[in-house]
Design a protein around this ligand. Structure first.
Ligand code: PLP
Length: 360
């Protein structure tokens, strides 16, 4: 049996035909930038996440950059960022001319509660990441940020559909950034992203920035750029959104099965709180000192796995920074993502379980 970590070509035929017919509709309508599909996506996400403003853009990395720009963060400013995340989180800070200041995470990869120790007179914002789909504890974070007059930009790229105290990931901070990269729980058939904001002025600024500073055509109020979402991607996302909750149930059921099956293995650290509402079960990351051997063993058995991520940002050349970052580094050495997606059959899930147990 060959079990890929994730194969998006395994979408079921009915979904494929719904996507194809939506594609035909867009072709017939002849509108490929903006238009009805983008508008519908905006309204659907606003209603599903209970967000006042949901602003579609080209991808999640742009969403972060637009958020930082809209908040006026730039040269001379510092932004607190977790050491363990996807590069976009720090990249966006550097792209606006500011400096990312890395802090350690907890054992599960969420920014350490000690982050205020990294505050300096230059600190303007904190950028918490809801890594693997699990939300950072937002209430205390928001209180600490507010008392120090810092902006909060949530990197919710991996956390679409996670809610804490009934408040969605991305709607706690000044701006929340989503990615609809194809591998995400809500994924496009290409690149797409979104900024969430509850503040009308910020939302307007983000809309201007992503469309060459134009409130209306040929009227330019500021220097912006083109980061508009493709109409086609919005159309595909509207179709994908119809299946979102059903797919979430599948992910949670597989995660539950993994937890039951692996709970007796003392060598393994399992994902914390993956069945709770504030985790969208994006990734199932297990941790073991024998990570590389396990990855190799599973590959030999035809089971694909992935590492999110093998190196922490401050250890990478473009983001180089000194520091201990003990827990982030430990996660980079020990973490292994098992297949977790709606295409996995129960026979495949059981096969993965059997092989992981056999290894230990
Ligand atoms: C934590 C995190 N931040 C930002 C991004 C950037 O999103 P995108 O790939 O859509 O640019 C991603 C997704 O890859 C991510 O996982």
């Amino acid at each position: 049996m060959k079990i890929p970590f994730l194969d998006l070509g395994r979408m079921d035929e009915t979904l494929k035909s719904r996507l194809k017919s939506r594609f035909s509709e867009v072709m017939e309508a002849g509108v490929f930038s903006g238009g009805k599909e983008v508008q519908v996506l905006e309204e659907s996400v606003s209603s599903f996440l209970n967000s006042r403003h949901s602003i579609p853009c080209a991808n999640g990395t742009d969403a972060l950059e637009l958020a930082l720009r809209a908040l006026g963060i730039g040269p001379g400013d510092e932004v607190i960022v977790p050491a363990m995340t996807w590069v976009s989180t720090a990249e966006s800070v550097i792209l606006v001319g500011a400096k990312p200041v890395f802090v350690d995470t907890d054992e599960q990869g969420l920014i350490s509660v000690d982050w205020p120790n990294a505050i300096t007179p230059k600190t303007k914002a904190i950028l918490p990441v809801h890594l693997y789909g699990k939300m950072v504890d937002m209430k205390p974070l928001m209180e600490k940020a507010k008392s120090r007059q810092l902006f909060v930009i949530e990197d919710a790229a991996q956390a679409f559909g996670a809610f804490q105290n009934e408040k969605s990931a991305g709607t706690w901070g000044n701006v929340g950034c989503l990615s609809f990269y194809p591998t995400k729980n809500l994924g496009a058939l290409g690149e797409a992203g979104m900024c969430l904001s509850q503040n009308p002025e910020l939302a307007t600024k983000i809309r201007l920035l992503l469309n060459h500073g134009q409130p209306i055509r040929d009227e330019h109020e500021l220097v912006g750029r083109n980061s508009r979402m493709d109409t086609l991607q919005a159309a595909f996302l509207n179709v994908m959104l119809e299946d979102f909750e059903k797919n979430q149930e599948k992910r949670k059921a597989i995660a539950k099965r993994y937890l039951e099956a692996f709970s007796g293995i003392p060598e393994l650290t399992l994902p914390d709180g993956i069945l709770a509402e504030d985790h969208n079960a994006h990734l199932f990351v297990i941790q073991t000192e024998r990570r590389d051997k396990l990855k190799f063993y599973l590959a030999e058995k035809g089971i694909g796995t992935a590492i999110h991520y093998p190196m922490i940002l401050p250890d990478m050349k473009p983001f180089s920074q000194t520091g201990d970052f003990k827990d982030s580094r430990r996660l980079a050495h020990r973490g292994l993502s098992l297949p977790l997606n709606p295409f996995l059959t129960s026979a495949e899930t059981e096969e993965i379980i059997r092989e992981v147990r056999r290894f230990f």
